[in-house]
Every structure is written in structure tokens, then in C-alpha cells.
Design a protein around this ligand. Structure first.
Ligand SMILES: *Cc1c(COP(=O)(O)O)cnc(C)c1O
Length: 435
């Protein structure tokens, strides 16, 4: 890792913490972040010429793998005609109509440049539409880093929760955090202040505290209460949109949100975000309505073509069944290895996305349960896998991703590496006669 080390040293002189997004720093696992120079299909190549099977996939967007030929070809072709017009172009309508076709809850859409922008605008829109201020979110869900969604007060004590300085209490006070999958807390909150709530925002399958599935009835109850109290249900599908099914998590659970936020996959690896939903709500946005939202580079031609090519590629008949099958094979093998090698763990998974939790617990359904998982074992696991040529997310709170480029042979290589690493973990952490 000579060159990565040197490049990180240089980067730290010029870029805060040497990285342009905190999780890249390896703070969660220790050691020096790896600098990459190439991605190809399922593989990443670092600056020291090591090759890895990639289970990060740029944190979700690269569902087709790195440098998918149709995507890169169209990007190259598009650049020849100019990079950005700051005026409408046809490709924006093409991507919009493709998204609507795949996700029928979206009647109108607005493109922006990141998931953070999408959720920020979605809650402004919900507040404008309902003329209310309060937002409900769930602990462990991540909706980008706008003030309202990064901060919160807990419903029990109305005291400030969570991490970032620089957010006025006056703003944080309007965001209430509840526990993911806790229907009782949701019922109680609504019966107390339901008329004040502008929106409930939720990851319908959580992916930012590791992968956590909604318990039966949770999303259904959110839908019922939002309808009853006339507040807006926002599904943040920036991660799950076109990852877990061709119509996102809302298709799997058969629930129609009022607004959906998207990002990641719909940009095919280029910067993107989008919000869309019911026509009467979306028509509140400028220039039709009086909720303001804008962006110099929004609907950027390169993001549009990369996104459209990606959505075309996922629209093939067996795309998701094949991705699901690979995910199943890997996850079943990990569970099996955990049992055989006496490593207590829980594996949560959905199509193309999974998490390994090192824990004695039987189920992991909430953020408080995630926080009880063993960090030291995760760190050893991460570095062990890295040494075997497998790039897993450098944080126990992030989901792993599989792309369509991953082959069954990659999955087998991965299973063998996990077997090796688990044996070492057993000796380090569980064996009674460790030296
Ligand atoms: C990644 C993500 C975001 C933020 O998107 P950015 O493009 O990083 O701003 C928001 N919500 C969810 C669910 C995400 O996974």
C-alpha cells in the first residue's frame, strides 16, 4: 500500500481529512484509505496495482458494475455535443418518462444533483403543501446532510439528538426521530401531534445502518397514518430505487408513497438526485407553484444519458432474479460459515444488497440493535477481506452491494475468502485456548 499511503499523505495537505466524503477516510475501520485508479466490471484496481472484487459499487449507483460499456460509450458521445446548456434538452424528458414507467407512483418528477438535494427539497415541498413544520424520521436512516434531516429531537424527551454542530436548535426541534420498525412509537406520536406533522420520511428498506428490512405492518401503518392525518409520506429510495426491484422497495411492499426521492442508480455513476410523486404535490414546485427549487446543473446531459442507459439495462427480464439469486447464494453461504466456524452473526439481505452483523442477537431490526454489534470483529473482518482481495464497505454501518457484473465464480472466491477470514476471527475472538 505504498502509493495509497503516499497519496493519502498528499491529499491531507490539501483536502480536509484527505477525503471529499467522511466515510472514505477509513475512520470506521482504521488504517489508510485505498486510492483507486480504475474500475472495470466487478473489479477495482488500486494505485499499488492490487485487484479487488468490489462490494461497495460506489455506495450503490453501479448496479451494472464499473465502466459498463453502453454507459461510458453514451457519455463519450454526449460530451462531443457540449457539456451543459442551462436550458432544456430532450434527454431529460426521456429519463423522466423512463423513471415514471418503472415507478408509477411518480406522476411528475424534478431532477437535481444529489440525494441530499432531493430529500431537502422533498421536505420543503411537503411543508409547503401541508402548511405544517414537523418532520418525522427514523433513527439510523440517512437522508443526506441538510439541516432538517441530519438533526432531530427524540420524541420522548424532546432533547437534541445526533451528531453535527452548526444546526440551529430551532430547526432541529422540528424533526422528530423514532425507532425504525417501532409501530407503537409511531402510533403514540401521531395520536399526540398528528395534525402538526408535515411529512414522514423513511428508507423503505434501510441501507444506511447496514441493511435492515421493514417488519410486516411498519410501512403499511405509516401509509395509513399519513393518509388519515393528511401528511406526506416520503419514501427515500435514493439507495433502494432500482436496486431491490425494477420499481424500488415500493413495488416489493406494494405501498404508494406521496413523494419518492431518488439518486445513485438513476445517474448510472454520474452525480444525480430526483424527487417525484403525486401531480398535485409536485405542481407546488416553481415555476408552477410557490415552493422554490432550482439547480444550475440539474438535468445534466451526462447524468441523464448515464442514468437512462442504466435503467434500460436493468429493464431486461431476468435482471433482478439473477441479482437476487447471487445475493442469496452469498448470504446463505455466509450464514452457514458463521454456524460451522462458530462466529455468531446475522445476515440481512435484499436484492443486490446485504449486511453482516457480528452479534449474538437473533435479529437486527433497529439502529439500537445495530449499535450493540461487535466493532472489533468487524474491523478485523474488513482488513482480512481486503488482504484477500475483496473490497467491502469500510464501515459497519454501510450495506454491501452486488452488481450484475459479479459472476458466480466471484461469489465462490468471496465465500472461500470469508471462510479463511472467519477461521482467523474464531482464533482471535472466540477460541478458549487462544495464545
Ligand atoms: C446516499 C443517500 C442519500 C444522499 O445522497 P447523496 O447523493 O450522497 O447526497 C440520501 N438518502 C439515502 C437513502 C441514501 O442512501
Amino acid at each position: 500500500m505504498k502509493r495509497s499511503k503516499q497519496l493519502f499523505f498528499e491529499a491531507q495537505k490539501h483536502i480536509t481529512g484527505g477525503v471529499n466524503s467522511p466515510v472514505r477516510s477509513f475512520k470506521g475501520v482504521g488504517g489508510i484509505p485505498i486510492f483507486f485508479k480504475q474500475g472495470k466490471g466487478q473489479y477495482l484496481y488500486d494505485e499499488d496495482d492490487n485487484k479487488y472484487i468490489d462490494y461497495v459499487c460506489a455506495w450503490g449507483p453501479l448496479i451494472l458494475g464499473h465502466a459498463y460499456c453502453e454507459v461510458t460509450r453514451l457519455i463519450q458521445e454526449t460530451t462531443i455535443n457540449g457539456l451543459s446548456f442551462g436550458a432544456p434538452s430532450e434527454i431529460e424528458t426521456k429519463l423522466a418518462s423512463k423513471i415514471k414507467q418503472l415507478m408509477p407512483s411518480i406522476e411528475l418528477i424534478r431532477m437535481c444533483n444529489s440525494g441530499t438535494e432531493a430529500t431537502m427539497s422533498a421536505i420543503r415541498l411537503a411543508r409547503g403543501f401541508t402548511n405544517r413544520d414537523k418532520i418525522v424520521k427514523f433513527r439510523g436512516c440517512y437522508h443526506g446532510h441538510s439541516d432538517s434531516l441530519l438533526s432531530s429531537v427524540s420524541s420522548e424527551v424532546l432533547s437534541l439528538e445526533e451528531q453535527s454542530l452548526g444546526i440551529p436548535l430551532a430547526i432541529a426541534k422540528n424533526t422528530i426521530s423514532l425507532d425504525y420498525n417501532n409501530i407503537t412509537q409511531v402510533n403514540e406520536l401521531f395520536s399526540k401531534i398528528g395534525e402538526l406533522i408535515a411529512a414522514v420520511i423513511v428508507e423503505p428498506i434501510a441501507g444506511n445502518m447496514g441493511c435492515i428490512l421493514p417488519v410486516p405492518g411498519f410501512l403499511e401503518r405509516l401509509r395509513e397514518l399519513c393518509t388519515q392525518y393528511k401528511c406526506i409520506l416520503i419514501f427515500d429510495e435514493v439507495m433502494t430505487g432500482f436496486r431491490v426491484a425494477s420499481g424500488g422497495a415500493q413495488q416489493i411492499y406494494k405501498i404508494t408513497p406521496d413523494i419518492t426521492t431518488l439518486g445513485k442508480i438513476i445517474g448510472g455513476g454520474m452525480p444525480i438526485g430526483a424527487l417525484g410523486g403525486r401531480r398535485e404535490i409536485m405542481e407546488m414546485l416553481a415555476p408552477i407553484g410557490s415552493v422554490y427549487q432550482a439547480g444550475t446543473l440539474s438535468g445534466h446531459p451526462l447524468s441523464m444519458v448515464a442514468g437512462l442507459a442504466t435503467l434500460e439495462a436493468i429493464s431486461t427480464p431476468d435482471f433482478y432474479s439473477s441479482l437476487q439469486e447471487k445475493t442469496n447464494i452469498l448470504c446463505e453461504a455466509i450464514k452457514d460459515l458463521g454456524q460451522r466456524l462458530s462466529i455468531p452473526l446475522v445476515v440481512n439481505q435484499t436484492c443486490g444488497m446485504f449486511s453482516i452483523f457480528f452479534t449474538q442477537q437473533i435479529l437486527i431490526n433497529s439502529y439500537s440493535q445495530v449499535l450493540t454489534c461487535n466493532q472489533n470483529i468487524f474491523k478485523e473482518f474488513f482488513h482480512g477481506m481486503l488482504a484477500e482481495g475483496l473490497y467491502f464497505p469500510p464501515s459497519s454501518l454501510e450495506s454491501c452491494f452486488i452488481s450484475s457484473a459479479h459472476s458466480l465464480s466471484d461469489i465462490n472466491i468471496t465465500i472461500n475468502a470469508i471462510k479463511k477470514v472467519f477461521s482467523v476471527l474464531f482464533k482471535c475472538f472466540y477460541s478458549k485456548n487462544k495464545e
